[in-house]
Design a protein around this ligand. Structure first.
Ligand SMILES: [Zn+2]
Length: 177
C-alpha cells in the first residue's frame, strides 16, 4: 500500500514526464559551474539562483558544508565531463549557506546524544566520532568554507569561488566573500 507521499511522487512525475522535452541534454553542466547549498526544504536553488536544467551541478547537504561536499566537488570537476582541456578551469564554485539553518541550532555533543537516545548504542558506535559539522556563526562558516576550498589542493587555484548567504525570510542572497 503506497503512502500519500509515494502516490504524490508517482502522480506528479507522470504529469512531469508527459510534458518533458529535455532528454537531449549533455552530461557535463552546460554553464560549467557548481552550486553548493543546504538541503533545507525552503530553498529552491533552480528558481532562487537562476539555474536552468542542465546548466550546473547542485550539491546539497545539511548546512551546505564544503568539507562534506568535497567528494562530489572533485567528481564534478574531475570526472563528469570537465576533465578535457581547460574546461574545469572555468568552473565557478558557489557556496551558499542560509539564515535560519538548522545546523546553527545544535552542537556535535547534542547530535551524538540524540543518536544515542533515539537509536541506541549500536548506532552511536557506528557513527564513532563523526563530525556533524554544525556551525555557530553563519558568516564565519561561509568564509571558512571558501577558505577551505581555496587552500584545497583538489581544486585548481584559478577557479573562482564565492560565498553567499541566502535569506529564507526574503528570498535574497547576500555575498559574503
Ligand atoms: Zn540549512
Amino acid at each position: 500500500m503506497a503512502t500519500e507521499i509515494q502516490k504524490n511522487l508517482a502522480e506528479k512525475n507522470a504529469e512531469y514526464a508527459q510534458k518533458f522535452d529535455q532528454g537531449h541534454l549533455a552530461l557535463p553542466p552546460a554553464k560549467k559551474y557548481l552550486v553548493l547549498t543546504c538541503m533545507d526544504a525552503r530553498i529552491d536553488p533552480a528558481a532562487a539562483f537562476g539555474i536552468s536544467l542542465g546548466d550546473a551541478h547542485v550539491i546539497r547537504n545539511a548546512g551546505a558544508s564544503a568539507r562534506d561536499a568535497q567528494r562530489s566537488i572533485v567528481i564534478s570537476e574531475q570526472l563528469l565531463g570537465t576533465r578535457e582541456s581547460e574546461l574545469h578551469r572555468d568552473f565557478a564554485r558557489v557556496s551558499s549557506r542560509h539564515t535560519g539553518c538548522g545546523m546553527l541550532t545544535f552542537t556535535n555533543d547534542d547530535a551524538h546524544a540524540i543518536v544515542k537516545k533515539n537509536l541506541g548504542p549500536a548506532a552511536l558506535a557506528e557513527l564513532g566520532a563523526l563530525d556533524f559539522l554544525p556551525f555557530p556563526e553563519l558568516d564565519k562558516a561561509v568564509k571558512d568554507d571558501v577558505e577551505f576550498l581555496k587552500v584545497s589542493t583538489t581544486i585548481p587555484d584559478d577557479v573562482p569561488i564565492t560565498g553567499w548567504v541566502y535569506e529564507v525570510e526574503t528570498g535574497k542572497v547576500r555575498q559574503v566573500v
